[in-house]
Design a protein around this ligand. Structure first.
Ligand code: PLP
Length: 385
């Protein structure tokens, strides 16, 4: 598709009218494990779905275009995507990650390090002194989440990528929270972008998937090789759903953000709340950076209740429109208690170091009516009192 078209248009039209056999407007779903050879020693364009599949390729091409990359491998989950990126590491290599990263990432990195597959240092990546200290150890990979999960700190990706380049390290950004509609890390100097497509890209909480998008053809080739070799690639059916999801990505992200801002303002003015973590609020410490680096603030926020865990329980009992569940990025609003849910893999010391307390709640703000969401959360906050 012409590069003149905006990314929004390319998301809507990804692989539309690409079926040369019947002229199907929407790309067909190839539910097959294997493809017939044309003759002995003559494979066609595809031979086996673990290696490549036309439906998964259509999604990989769309994600490559949206992130501005050189190629993508679509995986069976976000964790499979993170594991795939780790295939680029050798024993002894140092990975530097954020202290308040997603709990599954924390588990994978720390447990792999414990088995000696590579070394890991988790730091506050906004802390320049801490960063200097690890950069001096010549890391192989800087792992970045921005905004961080669940505390919504924003990392200066362009500045960090400069430091990664100077140190000879690769930089990978988990872009799950914002999606390419709101942030494009490759344009800011990252080498790899990772997604849990389970979240905003698919957007309907009805599949689990992931992807790694590479900034160079060489990295893309290595990822495709390991994706096939380890068998991390995703199912064609999930790729079909995700491709359908990304057609509405830009429209959904606008509504997620409109609702999130309304809720953040409600939270900021409520006496039951000590802190609101939403970079869209001018009072957020990273507001200016987020404004510069992102094309929107997204639909994720978290907040701390004055009344701690007792307040959390009271709030959860009073609300109706927020489902208590893990995950994020679907059209429906979800509420999560990070300390006991998404970050339950953290030990007590790591929770404290990351600043995740018992009174912290995270909301994945859906696209329901703004007024309904505000009214319901206000009821919960009053109950948490
Ligand atoms: N990265 C982030 C930021 C996440 O929030 C998650 C899951 O919640 C993952 C990665 C892992 O993705 P998945 O659950 O699709 O394996």
């Amino acid at each position: 598709m012409s590069q003149d078209n905006t990314r929004q248009t390319r998301a809507v039209r990804a692989a539309v009218h690409s079926d040369t056999q019947h002229g199907a407007v929407m790309p067909p779903l190839y539910l097959t494990s294997n493809f017939a050879f044309e003759g002995l020693g003559k494979a066609g364009a595809y031979d086996y779905t673990r290696t490549a599949n036309p439906t998964r390729d259509a999604l990989a091409n769309a994600l490559t275009e949206l992130e501005g990359g050189a190629g993508a491998t679509v995986t069976a989950s976000g964790m499979a995507a993170i594991h795939l990126a780790c295939q680029l590491l050798n024993p002894g290599d140092l990975v530097v990650g954020p202290r308040d990263c997603y709990g599954g990432t924390f588990r994978l990195l720390t447990q792999c390090a414990q088995r000696g597959l590579f070394r890991v240092e988790l730091i506050d990546q906004a802390d320049v002194a801490a960063l200097d200290a690890v950069i001096a150890q010549e890391p192989r990979l800087l792992w970045v989440e921005s905004p961080t999960n669940p505390l919504m700190r924003v990392i200066d990706l362009a500045a960090l990528s400069q430091r990664a380049k100077t140190a000879g390290a690769l930089m990978a950004v988990d872009n799950t929270f914002l999606s390419p509609a709101l942030q494009r890390p490759l344009a800011l100097g990252a080498d790899l972008v990772v997604h849990s497509t389970t979240k905003y890209l698919n957007g309907h909480s009805d599949m689990v998937g992931g992807a790694v998008i590479a900034g160079t053809p060489e990295l893309a080739e290595q990822l495709a090789y390991w994706g096939n070799a380890v068998g991390l690639t995703g199912s064609p059916f999930d790729a079909f759903l995700t491709l359908r999801g990304i057609r509405t990505l830009y429209a959904r992200m606008r509504q997620h953000e409109e609702n999130a801002l309304a809720l953040a303002e409600l939270l900021a003015g409520h006496p039951a709340v000590t802190r609101v973590h939403y970079p869209g609020l001018p009072s957020h410490p990273d507001h200016a950076l987020a404004k510069r680096q992102q094309s929107g603030f997204g639909g994720m926020l978290s907040f701390e209740l004055t009344s701690g865990e007792a307040g959390v329980r009271a709030l959860l009992e009073a609300i109706e429109l927020y489902t208590l569940a893990e995950s994020l990025g679907g059209v429906e609003s979800l509420i999560c208690h990070p300390a006991s849910m998404s970050h339950a893999t953290f030990d007590a010391a790591s929770l404290a170091a990351a600043g995740i307390g018992a009174g912290l709640l995270r909301i994945s703000v859906g696209i329901e009516s703004t007024d309904d969401l505000v009214r319901d959360l206000a009821r919960g906050l009053d109950a948490a009192g």
